[in-house]
Write a protein that binds this ligand. Structure first.
Ligand SMILES: *Cc1c(COP(=O)(O)O)cnc(C)c1O
Length: 379
């Protein structure tokens, strides 16, 4: 089956009991047992819930994995992932990560995990980092990155990691499984914030880990139950509902982002426009090879720094000034003051996240309204 069909039907047969075409929302914390220790498949909703199980089945299939585990947020998923790395472990991670992931890795450091941040869009850095110590336990990648939209060659990075028996996790939130499937390229774990394109309507917080191998899935099923950061059944239902239209939405996000990026890249008030779909973008060729389209995120730096950035966002009317991304509505964010405020200024600037940078989550409104809004605000 093709994508738009799979998003509606794959792993989503009608409920065998009632024929309901959508999975029921099982709002129950516990399940009656027929005799002590004899349950009908579910015992307690932290351990497992039928609505969550439906979401976990669908996410596993969409990413081409053996299964997935859902969490109460993307960061709860990442924090469960990191539970398997004790004191003395070594993690190599991208240097332009989601800021919450960066914070979590700082916490891992306080637990005695060695974490090195590198620019993974250059494979020479990945090779050097992996070769600099005898053993790296985890390579943690994000591509395209947030907010600089840098692209990492997943096939190349995964090959380097595998040759040194390093596990690879890829945060696939920005691309969504519609555009990029890292497990098919050899990654071991995919991380998602389902809050974004999977949910798609800015009405929930959720996360997931998707696995390529059964033993790893089962190991983390134990961590999921132990850590306990699971989502409620209603949120799982909302993600499943979002998934039905994800193909339509992501196509519209990509088409609109291309137009927004094209407009910004020619505007005299814009210093640089970052979008992997612009032929001048350093990640353009790699993105074309490993993604089915370039996504809905666009960043751009205005001339005049923070003062101008603040004036522009104040004048935007269709773009809402807000954190987050991946919903149907267009959002704009000033990373230096919002999503990346917790990253020290020198570090931010060193990475290229300057004060005048704006990050746009391009929604599915009419593209001409989005461009007109940007035009008037920049004027
Ligand atoms: C939002 C986001 C996260 C964290 O997810 P939450 O659901 O907010 O906890 C992780 N990675 C990326 C790329 C994100 O955009």
């Amino acid at each position: 089956m093709n994508w738009d069909t799979r998003l509606i039907h794959d792993g989503q047969a009608p409920d065998p009991l009632t024929g309901a075409v959508n999975v029921p929302v099982y709002l129950t914390s516990t399940f009656a047992e027929t005799a002590p220790g004899q349950a009908k498949g579910y015992v307690y909703s932290r351990t497992g819930n039928p609505t969550r199980a439906a979401l976990e089945r669908v996410l596993g299939r969409l990413e081409g994995g053996v299964g997935s585990l859902a969490f109460g947020s993307g960061l709860a998923a990442t924090s469960a992932l990191l539970m398997a790395y004790p004191n003395g472990s070594r993690i190599v991670a991208g240097d332009d990560l989601y800021a919450g992931t960066w914070r979590l890795l700082q916490v891992a450091r306080t637990h005695g995990v060695r974490v090195d941040f590198i620019d993974t869009s250059d494979l020479a850095n990945v090779r050097a980092a992996l070769e600099s110590t005898p053993k790296t336990d985890l390579l943690y990648l994000e591509t395209p990155t947030n907010p600089l939209l840098k692209v990492t060659d997943l096939r190349g990075a995964i090959a380097l990691a595998r040759s040194r028996r390093t596990r690879v996790a890829v945060d696939n939130t920005f691309a969504s499984p519609v555009l990029q499937r890292p497990l098919e390229l050899g990654a071991d774990v995919v991380v998602h914030s389902t809050t974004k394109y999977l949910g798609g309507h800015s009405d929930l917080i959720g996360g997931a880990l998707v696995f390529r191998s059964k033993p790893l899935l089962e190991k983390y099923r134990w961590y999921q139950n132990t850590q306990g950061g699971v989502p409620g059944p209603l949120d799982c239902f909302l993600v499943l509902r979002g998934i039905h239209t994800m193909g339509l939405r992501v196509r519209a996000h990509c088409a609109n982002a291309r137009k927004v990026a094209g407009f910004l890249s020619k505007h005299p008030r814009i210093l640089r426009t970052l979008y992997p779909g612009l032929p001048g973008h350093p990640g353009y060729d790699v993105a074309r090879r490993q993604m089915d389209d370039f996504g809905g995120m666009v960043s751009a730096e205005v001339r005049g720094g923070l003062a101008v950035a603040k004036r522009v966002v104040r004048r935007l009317k269709v773009f809402t000034l807000a954190e987050s991304l991946g919903g149907v509505e267009s959002l704009v964010n000033v990373p230096a003051l919002m999503t990346h405020r917790s990253v020290p200024k020198e570090l931010r600037e060193q990475q290229g996240i300057r004060d005048g940078l704006l990050r746009f989550s391009v929604g599915v409104e009419d593209a001409s309204d989005l461009v007109a809004d940007l035009r008037q605000a920049l004027q």
